[in-house]
Design a protein around this ligand. Structure first.
Ligand SMILES: NC(=O)c1ccc[n+]([C@@H]2O[C@H](COP(=O)([O-])OP(=O)(O)OC[C@H]3O[C@@H](n4cnc5c(N)ncnc54)[C@H](O)[C@@H]3O)[C@@H](O)[C@H]2O)c1
Ligand SMILES: C[C@@H](O)[C@H](N)C(=O)O
Length: 343
Protein backbone atom coordinates (compact mmCIF):
# COMPACT_ATOMS: atom_id res chain seq x y z
CA UNK A 1 0.00 0.00 0.00
CA UNK A 2 0.94 3.67 -0.33
CA UNK A 3 1.53 5.71 2.83
CA UNK A 4 2.65 9.31 3.33
CA UNK A 5 5.57 9.18 5.71
CA UNK A 6 6.98 12.23 7.48
CA UNK A 7 10.71 11.69 7.14
CA UNK A 8 11.94 15.13 8.24
CA UNK A 9 10.10 18.27 9.32
CA UNK A 10 8.24 19.63 6.27
CA UNK A 11 9.14 16.57 4.19
CA UNK A 12 6.80 13.74 3.33
CA UNK A 13 7.72 10.75 1.21
CA UNK A 14 5.08 8.57 -0.42
CA UNK A 15 6.38 5.11 0.40
CA UNK A 16 5.28 1.64 -0.48
CA UNK A 17 4.60 -0.37 2.68
CA UNK A 18 3.23 -3.86 3.12
CA UNK A 19 -0.53 -4.03 3.71
CA UNK A 20 -1.35 -4.49 7.40
CA UNK A 21 -3.04 -7.77 8.28
CA UNK A 22 -5.82 -7.66 10.87
CA UNK A 23 -5.49 -9.59 14.13
CA UNK A 24 -8.42 -11.67 15.42
CA UNK A 25 -10.17 -8.63 16.99
CA UNK A 26 -9.32 -6.14 14.25
CA UNK A 27 -10.75 -4.86 11.03
CA UNK A 28 -8.77 -3.91 7.95
CA UNK A 29 -10.04 -0.57 6.69
CA UNK A 30 -9.48 0.96 3.25
CA UNK A 31 -9.11 4.60 4.21
CA UNK A 32 -11.39 7.04 2.35
CA UNK A 33 -11.00 10.38 4.17
CA UNK A 34 -8.49 11.80 6.62
CA UNK A 35 -8.61 15.30 8.08
CA UNK A 36 -5.49 17.41 8.53
CA UNK A 37 -5.44 18.44 12.18
CA UNK A 38 -3.45 21.24 13.81
CA UNK A 39 -1.35 18.64 15.62
CA UNK A 40 -0.45 16.98 12.28
CA UNK A 41 0.65 20.39 11.00
CA UNK A 42 2.67 20.96 14.17
CA UNK A 43 4.53 17.65 13.75
CA UNK A 44 5.03 18.49 10.06
CA UNK A 45 6.51 21.91 10.83
CA UNK A 46 8.49 21.22 13.99
CA UNK A 47 8.93 17.43 14.19
CA UNK A 48 7.65 17.44 17.75
CA UNK A 49 4.89 18.51 20.11
CA UNK A 50 6.34 19.01 23.58
CA UNK A 51 7.85 15.72 24.74
CA UNK A 52 6.47 13.80 21.74
CA UNK A 53 9.30 13.80 19.21
CA UNK A 54 9.22 12.28 15.72
CA UNK A 55 12.39 10.18 15.91
CA UNK A 56 11.53 7.67 13.19
CA UNK A 57 9.57 8.17 9.97
CA UNK A 58 5.95 8.61 11.00
CA UNK A 59 2.60 8.36 9.25
CA UNK A 60 0.44 11.31 10.41
CA UNK A 61 -3.35 11.61 10.39
CA UNK A 62 -5.80 10.67 13.14
CA UNK A 63 -9.15 11.98 11.83
CA UNK A 64 -10.11 9.06 9.61
CA UNK A 65 -12.89 6.97 8.15
CA UNK A 66 -13.08 4.29 5.48
CA UNK A 67 -14.51 1.00 4.36
CA UNK A 68 -14.00 -2.36 6.04
CA UNK A 69 -12.36 -4.81 3.61
CA UNK A 70 -11.51 -7.68 5.97
CA UNK A 71 -12.42 -8.68 9.51
CA UNK A 72 -10.57 -10.76 12.11
CA UNK A 73 -11.98 -14.12 13.18
CA UNK A 74 -13.52 -12.74 16.43
CA UNK A 75 -15.27 -9.79 14.82
CA UNK A 76 -19.05 -10.18 14.50
CA UNK A 77 -20.26 -6.58 14.68
CA UNK A 78 -18.71 -5.44 11.39
CA UNK A 79 -18.45 -6.93 7.92
CA UNK A 80 -16.64 -6.11 4.67
CA UNK A 81 -18.42 -3.21 2.96
CA UNK A 82 -19.33 -1.43 6.20
CA UNK A 83 -18.18 2.15 6.33
CA UNK A 84 -16.60 3.10 9.66
CA UNK A 85 -15.14 6.04 11.57
CA UNK A 86 -11.97 5.18 13.45
CA UNK A 87 -11.52 6.40 17.03
CA UNK A 88 -7.76 7.01 17.02
CA UNK A 89 -6.80 6.34 20.64
CA UNK A 90 -6.74 2.72 21.79
CA UNK A 91 -6.16 2.31 25.53
CA UNK A 92 -4.58 -0.62 27.39
CA UNK A 93 -8.01 -1.59 28.82
CA UNK A 94 -6.37 -2.87 32.03
CA UNK A 95 -5.02 0.08 34.04
CA UNK A 96 -6.81 1.88 36.88
CA UNK A 97 -7.97 4.68 34.53
CA UNK A 98 -9.36 2.28 31.96
CA UNK A 99 -11.10 0.24 34.65
CA UNK A 100 -12.84 3.26 36.12
CA UNK A 101 -14.08 4.21 32.65
CA UNK A 102 -11.64 7.03 31.93
CA UNK A 103 -10.03 5.17 29.07
CA UNK A 104 -8.98 8.44 27.42
CA UNK A 105 -6.69 9.04 30.40
CA UNK A 106 -4.90 5.69 29.98
CA UNK A 107 -1.19 6.38 30.15
CA UNK A 108 -0.45 3.63 27.66
CA UNK A 109 -2.95 4.77 25.05
CA UNK A 110 -1.76 4.19 21.49
CA UNK A 111 -2.94 7.29 19.67
CA UNK A 112 -2.65 7.44 15.88
CA UNK A 113 -0.01 9.85 14.62
CA UNK A 114 1.47 10.45 18.06
CA UNK A 115 5.06 9.14 18.00
CA UNK A 116 5.82 6.29 17.81
CA UNK A 117 2.35 5.26 16.55
CA UNK A 118 1.52 5.60 12.89
CA UNK A 119 -1.66 7.28 11.73
CA UNK A 120 -4.00 7.09 8.78
CA UNK A 121 -2.46 8.89 5.80
CA UNK A 122 -2.20 5.47 4.21
CA UNK A 123 -4.33 3.30 1.95
CA UNK A 124 -5.09 0.76 4.69
CA UNK A 125 -5.20 0.71 8.46
CA UNK A 126 -5.79 -2.33 10.66
CA UNK A 127 -7.67 -1.26 13.79
CA UNK A 128 -9.45 -2.84 16.80
CA UNK A 129 -13.03 -3.43 15.71
CA UNK A 130 -14.49 -1.89 18.88
CA UNK A 131 -12.78 1.41 18.02
CA UNK A 132 -14.31 1.34 14.52
CA UNK A 133 -17.86 2.76 14.45
CA UNK A 134 -20.26 1.82 11.70
CA UNK A 135 -21.61 4.80 9.77
CA UNK A 136 -25.26 4.87 8.79
CA UNK A 137 -26.16 5.37 5.12
CA UNK A 138 -26.80 9.10 5.59
CA UNK A 139 -23.38 9.86 7.12
CA UNK A 140 -20.48 10.27 4.69
CA UNK A 141 -16.92 9.13 5.36
CA UNK A 142 -15.88 12.82 5.37
CA UNK A 143 -18.28 13.31 8.27
CA UNK A 144 -17.05 10.06 9.80
CA UNK A 145 -13.48 11.37 9.78
CA UNK A 146 -14.65 14.62 11.35
CA UNK A 147 -16.25 12.70 14.23
CA UNK A 148 -12.77 13.14 15.73
CA UNK A 149 -12.74 16.94 16.19
CA UNK A 150 -16.48 16.75 16.85
CA UNK A 151 -15.64 14.38 19.70
CA UNK A 152 -13.34 17.01 21.21
CA UNK A 153 -16.34 19.35 21.08
CA UNK A 154 -18.72 16.84 22.63
CA UNK A 155 -16.35 15.96 25.44
CA UNK A 156 -15.67 19.60 26.31
CA UNK A 157 -19.39 20.45 26.34
CA UNK A 158 -19.99 17.45 28.58
CA UNK A 159 -17.16 18.60 30.85
CA UNK A 160 -18.77 22.04 30.99
CA UNK A 161 -22.26 20.65 31.61
CA UNK A 162 -23.62 22.76 28.75
CA UNK A 163 -27.39 22.67 28.97
CA UNK A 164 -30.67 24.07 27.78
CA UNK A 165 -30.78 27.84 27.57
CA UNK A 166 -27.11 28.36 28.36
CA UNK A 167 -24.97 31.17 27.02
CA UNK A 168 -21.67 29.62 25.99
CA UNK A 169 -18.55 31.56 25.13
CA UNK A 170 -16.11 29.74 22.86
CA UNK A 171 -12.67 31.31 22.53
CA UNK A 172 -10.96 30.50 19.22
CA UNK A 173 -12.80 29.84 15.95
CA UNK A 174 -10.54 27.12 14.57
CA UNK A 175 -11.97 23.67 13.80
CA UNK A 176 -12.12 22.80 17.50
CA UNK A 177 -13.90 26.02 18.47
CA UNK A 178 -16.38 25.53 15.62
CA UNK A 179 -17.05 21.94 16.68
CA UNK A 180 -17.61 23.14 20.25
CA UNK A 181 -20.13 25.68 18.94
CA UNK A 182 -21.96 22.96 16.98
CA UNK A 183 -22.11 20.71 20.03
CA UNK A 184 -23.14 23.51 22.38
CA UNK A 185 -26.14 24.34 20.18
CA UNK A 186 -27.03 20.65 19.94
CA UNK A 187 -26.83 20.41 23.74
CA UNK A 188 -29.40 23.19 24.06
CA UNK A 189 -27.34 26.36 24.34
CA UNK A 190 -29.40 29.26 23.05
CA UNK A 191 -26.54 31.74 22.74
CA UNK A 192 -23.02 31.08 21.58
CA UNK A 193 -20.42 33.86 21.57
CA UNK A 194 -17.22 33.17 19.63
CA UNK A 195 -13.89 35.01 19.80
CA UNK A 196 -10.86 35.05 17.56
CA UNK A 197 -8.19 37.44 16.30
CA UNK A 198 -8.76 36.67 12.59
CA UNK A 199 -11.81 38.40 11.13
CA UNK A 200 -12.36 35.75 8.40
CA UNK A 201 -12.64 33.10 11.10
CA UNK A 202 -15.24 35.16 12.94
CA UNK A 203 -17.22 35.84 9.76
CA UNK A 204 -17.31 32.10 9.17
CA UNK A 205 -18.45 31.45 12.76
CA UNK A 206 -21.23 34.03 12.25
CA UNK A 207 -22.33 32.35 9.01
CA UNK A 208 -22.49 29.08 10.94
CA UNK A 209 -24.77 30.52 13.61
CA UNK A 210 -22.70 32.28 16.28
CA UNK A 211 -24.94 34.83 18.00
CA UNK A 212 -22.10 37.23 18.70
CA UNK A 213 -18.50 37.28 17.51
CA UNK A 214 -15.77 39.31 19.15
CA UNK A 215 -12.43 40.10 17.57
CA UNK A 216 -10.37 40.30 20.75
CA UNK A 217 -7.54 42.03 18.88
CA UNK A 218 -9.86 45.03 18.44
CA UNK A 219 -12.61 44.83 21.04
CA UNK A 220 -12.66 44.49 24.82
CA UNK A 221 -14.10 41.04 25.48
CA UNK A 222 -15.17 41.66 29.05
CA UNK A 223 -17.21 44.70 28.03
CA UNK A 224 -18.75 42.85 25.06
CA UNK A 225 -19.79 39.88 27.20
CA UNK A 226 -21.06 42.13 29.95
CA UNK A 227 -23.26 43.98 27.48
CA UNK A 228 -24.52 40.81 25.80
CA UNK A 229 -25.35 39.06 29.09
CA UNK A 230 -26.74 42.11 30.94
CA UNK A 231 -23.79 42.14 33.29
CA UNK A 232 -24.11 38.48 34.31
CA UNK A 233 -21.38 36.73 32.27
CA UNK A 234 -21.41 33.52 30.24
CA UNK A 235 -22.72 30.34 31.86
CA UNK A 236 -19.94 28.26 30.34
CA UNK A 237 -16.67 29.44 28.79
CA UNK A 238 -14.81 26.91 26.67
CA UNK A 239 -11.26 27.95 25.76
CA UNK A 240 -10.24 26.61 22.35
CA UNK A 241 -7.41 28.86 21.19
CA UNK A 242 -4.51 27.92 23.45
CA UNK A 243 -3.53 31.61 23.45
CA UNK A 244 -2.38 32.77 26.85
CA UNK A 245 -4.36 36.05 26.94
CA UNK A 246 -7.46 34.10 26.01
CA UNK A 247 -6.90 31.53 28.75
CA UNK A 248 -6.41 34.31 31.29
CA UNK A 249 -9.58 36.10 30.16
CA UNK A 250 -11.84 33.09 30.75
CA UNK A 251 -12.42 33.79 34.45
CA UNK A 252 -13.23 37.44 33.72
CA UNK A 253 -16.11 36.62 31.40
CA UNK A 254 -17.74 33.62 33.07
CA UNK A 255 -20.66 34.32 35.41
CA UNK A 256 -20.38 33.80 39.15
CA UNK A 257 -20.97 30.10 39.76
CA UNK A 258 -20.23 29.34 36.11
CA UNK A 259 -17.90 26.86 34.44
CA UNK A 260 -14.64 27.24 32.55
CA UNK A 261 -13.37 24.40 30.36
CA UNK A 262 -9.80 24.50 29.11
CA UNK A 263 -9.29 22.71 25.80
CA UNK A 264 -6.63 24.79 23.99
CA UNK A 265 -3.06 23.76 24.65
CA UNK A 266 -1.03 26.72 25.84
CA UNK A 267 2.54 27.03 24.59
CA UNK A 268 3.56 27.91 28.14
CA UNK A 269 2.38 25.67 30.97
CA UNK A 270 2.37 28.55 33.47
CA UNK A 271 -0.54 30.82 32.75
CA UNK A 272 -1.40 33.20 35.61
CA UNK A 273 -4.87 32.45 36.94
CA UNK A 274 -6.39 34.36 39.87
CA UNK A 275 -7.33 31.59 42.29
CA UNK A 276 -9.13 34.06 44.58
CA UNK A 277 -11.46 34.83 41.68
CA UNK A 278 -12.06 31.12 41.26
CA UNK A 279 -12.89 30.71 44.94
CA UNK A 280 -14.86 33.91 45.46
CA UNK A 281 -16.96 33.35 42.34
CA UNK A 282 -17.23 29.62 43.00
CA UNK A 283 -16.11 28.71 39.51
CA UNK A 284 -15.80 25.19 38.21
CA UNK A 285 -12.62 24.97 36.15
CA UNK A 286 -12.15 21.79 34.14
CA UNK A 287 -9.48 20.46 31.85
CA UNK A 288 -10.75 18.60 28.81
CA UNK A 289 -8.45 16.02 27.27
CA UNK A 290 -9.42 14.32 24.03
CA UNK A 291 -12.66 12.38 24.68
CA UNK A 292 -14.28 9.15 25.76
CA UNK A 293 -17.49 7.49 24.61
CA UNK A 294 -18.19 10.20 22.06
CA UNK A 295 -18.21 8.42 18.69
CA UNK A 296 -21.70 6.95 19.01
CA UNK A 297 -22.95 10.37 20.10
CA UNK A 298 -21.14 12.09 17.22
CA UNK A 299 -22.63 9.71 14.67
CA UNK A 300 -26.09 10.08 16.23
CA UNK A 301 -25.87 13.87 16.02
CA UNK A 302 -24.80 13.63 12.37
CA UNK A 303 -27.59 11.19 11.54
CA UNK A 304 -30.11 13.58 13.10
CA UNK A 305 -28.63 16.56 11.22
CA UNK A 306 -28.15 18.17 14.62
CA UNK A 307 -24.61 19.29 13.73
CA UNK A 308 -22.76 20.25 10.56
CA UNK A 309 -19.15 19.15 10.28
CA UNK A 310 -18.63 18.85 6.51
CA UNK A 311 -19.20 22.60 6.12
CA UNK A 312 -15.86 23.39 7.76
CA UNK A 313 -13.90 21.66 4.97
CA UNK A 314 -12.05 24.19 2.79
CA UNK A 315 -10.39 21.75 0.41
CA UNK A 316 -9.91 18.09 -0.45
CA UNK A 317 -6.76 16.70 -1.96
CA UNK A 318 -5.06 13.39 -2.76
CA UNK A 319 -2.31 11.57 -0.85
CA UNK A 320 0.14 12.38 -3.65
CA UNK A 321 -0.40 16.10 -2.99
CA UNK A 322 0.07 15.87 0.75
CA UNK A 323 2.98 18.34 0.93
CA UNK A 324 0.97 21.05 -0.86
CA UNK A 325 -2.04 20.22 1.27
CA UNK A 326 -0.10 20.73 4.48
CA UNK A 327 1.30 24.02 3.18
CA UNK A 328 -2.23 25.11 2.37
CA UNK A 329 -3.56 23.94 5.75
CA UNK A 330 -1.05 26.26 7.44
CA UNK A 331 -2.72 29.38 6.02
CA UNK A 332 -4.52 31.32 8.79
CA UNK A 333 -7.77 31.58 6.81
CA UNK A 334 -8.00 27.80 6.21
CA UNK A 335 -10.10 25.83 8.70
CA UNK A 336 -9.91 22.22 7.51
CA UNK A 337 -8.21 20.32 4.71
CA UNK A 338 -8.94 16.69 3.93
CA UNK A 339 -6.96 13.99 2.15
CA UNK A 340 -9.31 11.74 0.22
CA UNK A 341 -8.76 8.36 -1.41
CA UNK A 342 -10.62 6.90 -4.39
CA UNK A 343 -13.15 4.10 -3.75
N1 LIG B 1 -7.59 19.26 24.84
C1 LIG B 1 -7.71 18.51 23.74
O1 LIG B 1 -8.05 17.34 23.79
C2 LIG B 1 -7.43 19.11 22.41
C3 LIG B 1 -7.77 18.42 21.24
C4 LIG B 1 -7.56 19.03 20.00
C5 LIG B 1 -7.00 20.30 19.95
N2 LIG B 1 -6.63 20.90 21.13
C6 LIG B 1 -6.09 22.27 21.15
O2 LIG B 1 -7.19 23.14 20.98
C7 LIG B 1 -6.77 24.35 20.36
C8 LIG B 1 -7.63 24.62 19.14
O3 LIG B 1 -7.39 23.65 18.15
P1 LIG B 1 -7.64 24.05 16.62
O4 LIG B 1 -7.26 22.87 15.82
O5 LIG B 1 -8.98 24.65 16.45
O6 LIG B 1 -6.50 25.16 16.47
P2 LIG B 1 -6.38 26.39 15.48
O7 LIG B 1 -5.01 26.92 15.65
O8 LIG B 1 -6.85 26.01 14.12
O9 LIG B 1 -7.44 27.45 16.04
C9 LIG B 1 -7.14 28.32 17.09
C10 LIG B 1 -7.86 29.63 16.80
O10 LIG B 1 -7.62 30.51 17.90
C11 LIG B 1 -7.44 31.80 17.36
N3 LIG B 1 -6.77 32.66 18.34
C12 LIG B 1 -5.45 32.97 18.46
N4 LIG B 1 -5.28 33.83 19.49
C13 LIG B 1 -6.50 34.03 20.03
C14 LIG B 1 -6.97 34.82 21.12
N5 LIG B 1 -6.14 35.56 21.87
N6 LIG B 1 -8.28 34.79 21.40
C15 LIG B 1 -9.13 34.05 20.66
N7 LIG B 1 -8.76 33.30 19.61
C16 LIG B 1 -7.45 33.30 19.30
C17 LIG B 1 -6.66 31.56 16.07
O11 LIG B 1 -6.75 32.66 15.19
C18 LIG B 1 -7.35 30.32 15.54
O12 LIG B 1 -8.44 30.63 14.70
C19 LIG B 1 -5.28 24.15 20.06
O13 LIG B 1 -4.53 24.71 21.12
C20 LIG B 1 -5.12 22.64 20.06
O14 LIG B 1 -3.81 22.25 20.37
C21 LIG B 1 -6.86 20.35 22.34
C1 LIG C 1 -7.36 14.80 20.35
C2 LIG C 1 -6.60 15.13 19.10
O1 LIG C 1 -7.41 15.79 18.20
C3 LIG C 1 -5.38 15.93 19.40
N1 LIG C 1 -4.83 16.49 18.21
C4 LIG C 1 -4.37 15.06 20.12
O2 LIG C 1 -3.47 14.54 19.52
O3 LIG C 1 -4.47 14.89 21.30
Amino acid sequence: MKAAVLVEPTEFEIRERSDPSPGPDDVLVAIRDVGICGSDVHYYEHGRIGDYVVEDPLVLGHESAGEVVEVGENVDALAPGDRVALEPGVPCRRCAHCKRGDYHLCEDVEFMATPPHDGAFAEYVSWPADFAYKLPESVSTTEGALCEPLSVGIHSCRRGGVGTGDTVLVTGAGPIGLMIMETAFAAGATDVIVTDVVSEKLDFASERGADLTVNVAETDLEAAVEEYTDGVGADVVIEASGAEPSIRSTIDVVRRGGTVVLVGLADEANVPFDVLDVIDNELDVHGSFRYKNTYDAAIGLLEDDAVDVAGIVDFESSLDDIDDSFQRAMRPDVVKGMITFDD
